[in-house]
Design a protein around this ligand. Structure first.
Ligand code: SF4
Length: 490
């Protein structure tokens, strides 16, 4: 019999098939490319728990590996609150409650601790259903749950000095909302438990065959082995209704799409690019866009670190701290110069802004990829370091997003329907490659930097790590320069 944890249950609610695969054929379950990101989320969850525990007096912290039998024996002790008590039902449904309060009438109050800044009720994260799951397991063990609450971060909290858990956290009672959902969640728990214990399911298809790419998980190709390269799922912003029509006609390749099928202009271009096996480029429109740019051109990229618990004064939960910047500046005569900055500590980087201000001055156009990110970081820094307002406002007002060209004017079937720089660069400038770098993406960069500056157990060579981080960010801006040069030569 497979055990069903709360995490498993939430996965089941999102997709029964992917949970079945995890439980029954773990070797075939794809190792998520987000594992580093998930590790960070788990660490942050523990950190929030540490602060939440301070809110409860007369408490007993049960060991992480405490069994349900041990929990039962400890609940007889004379404490008001228990941290991490675990329970299991006869059907293998397992819960570890964050905080359990023993009330005077013998019933219990469960608290779920979340590192979010609100109670989530969406399909992917439903905190009310999490709490229902915990209540179900306790009730099956003969305990009465009469109250439930969610403890989450207060998004208005701004760190100033030592963190006070009372100011950092909010406790919202959810008893009524939980009771309204409870019976339907119990049905889902039973269904989940039965489903994961099925010996066979149809492994040749899953329901996402009828869904757009944004809904697919990493198991999509395992369940849908017949999906060809350049499939209909790659078409930018295609609606599920159209995917349904095409799948029903077994038209899974872009090449199968009948002439005259209702698609918008951009989607038609993408289809044409696949049919002709070549890029479709609107050269006059690109020329017009590039002519608007004023030299010198400053190709800029930030790396940022966000954490649930703010690490430095002035920040709120989950706000992004910019710790690194790379700027390549291209003059009208073709000279290329470079400036870079990598913070040595977790702090607001006044030095960084002084350095880049001196490097670029109030000149030219700034160019980034998916510029709304850089613009938002500049707005944050205006708030935290207002003396740089004029410079950062200039930068935002003279920002050009190079990605926009690849949304409408340069469509290449080899981008697979994406305009991300990681898809565009290997096609346009294949001689530049991230594959030899030790830091290969933004998540790795933030994780590495965060550990380097704040983890006393950081064992790697700091000088080499700094070189690796600088090389990654430098390549991001150099790739933009080379892509720009290719566009100019069209
Ligand atoms: S692709 Fe969709 S339906 Fe298929 S396993 Fe993943 S989430 Fe489930």
């Amino acid at each position: 019999m497979h055990q069903l944890t709360k995490t498993n249950f939430i996965q089941y609610l999102n997709c029964p098939e992917s949970l079945w695969l995890l439980k029954n054929k773990p070797d075939n379950y794809p190792k998520s490319e987000f594992s580093l990101f998930l590790e960070k989320l788990i660490k942050e969850g523990y950190e929030v728990e540490t602060y939440a525990k301070i809110l409860f007096a007369n408490s007993l912290d049960l060991p992480e590996n405490a069994t349900p039998e041990y929990t039962k024996s400890q609940l007889k002790s004379n404490h008001d609150f228990y941290f991490q008590p675990s329970f299991i039902t006869t059907k293998g449904v397992f819960a570890r409650v964050d905080v359990l309060e023993k009330l005077e009438d013998g019933s219990f109050h469960i608290y779920e601790i979340k590192s979010s800044t609100s109670i989530k009720k969406d399909k992917k994260h439903n905190h009310l259903k999490d709490a229902c799951f915990q209540k179900y397991v306790l009730q099956e063990n003969g305990y009465t749950v009469s109250k439930a609450s969610i403890i989450h971060l207060d998004k208005t909290y701004i760190k100033q000095g030592e963190i006070s858990p009372n100011e950092l956290l909010e406790i919202d009672e959810i008893t009524d909302a939980l009771n309204n959902l409870y019976s339907s969640v119990v049905n889902d728990i039973n269904a989940a438990s039965n489903f994961i214990n099925k010996e066979v399911i149809n492994e040749n298809k899953c329901s996402c065959k009828y869904n757009t790419r944004s809904n697919h998980c990493d198991s999509f190709t395992y369940f849908n082995k017949d999906i060809p390269i350049y499939s209909i799922y790659e078409i930018g912003h295609i609606r599920a209704k159209k995917i349904n029509m095409l799948v029903d006609n077994n038209q899974l390749s872009i090449l199968d799409i009948p002439v005259g099928f209702d698609l918008n202009d951009n989607q038609q271009l993408q289809v044409e690019s696949v049919r002709q096996q070549q890029a479709l480029i609107d050269k006059p429109a690109i020329k017009k866009e590039l002519e608007k740019l004023k030299f010198p051109l400053h190709f800029i990229d930030y790396e940022t670190y966000a954490s649930a618990i703010p690490k430095i004064d002035g920040l709120s939960p989950h706000r992004h701290l910019t710790f690194q910047v790379s700027i390549h500046t291209l003059s009208e005569s073709g000279t290329l110069t470079h400036s870079e900055y990598l913070a040595e500590a977790m702090e607001l980087n006044d030095d960084m802004l002084i350095q880049i201000h001196e490097f670029t001055g109030f000149t030219g156009t700034f160019i980034s990829w998916h510029a709304s990110f850089e613009v938002s970081r500049n707005n944050d820094m205006i708030q935290w370091l207002p003396k740089h307002t004029d410079y950062l406002t200039y930068m935002n007002e003279h920002m050009f997003d190079l990605e926009t060209i690849f949304k409408k004017q340069y469509i290449d079937y080899r981008f697979h329907g994406s305009s991300s720089i990681k898809k565009v660069q290997p096609v346009i400038v294949p001689n530049l490659s991230y594959s030899k770098l030790d830091v290969q993406n933004g998540t790795m960069a933030l994780d590495t930097w965060g550990r380097m500056v704040s983890d006393s157990n950081f064992k790697e060579d700091i000088l080499q790590t700094r070189k690796n981080l600088l090389a990654y960010c430098e390549l991001d801006t150099l790739a933009m320069v080379e892509i720009y040069k290719e566009l100019k030569q069209l």
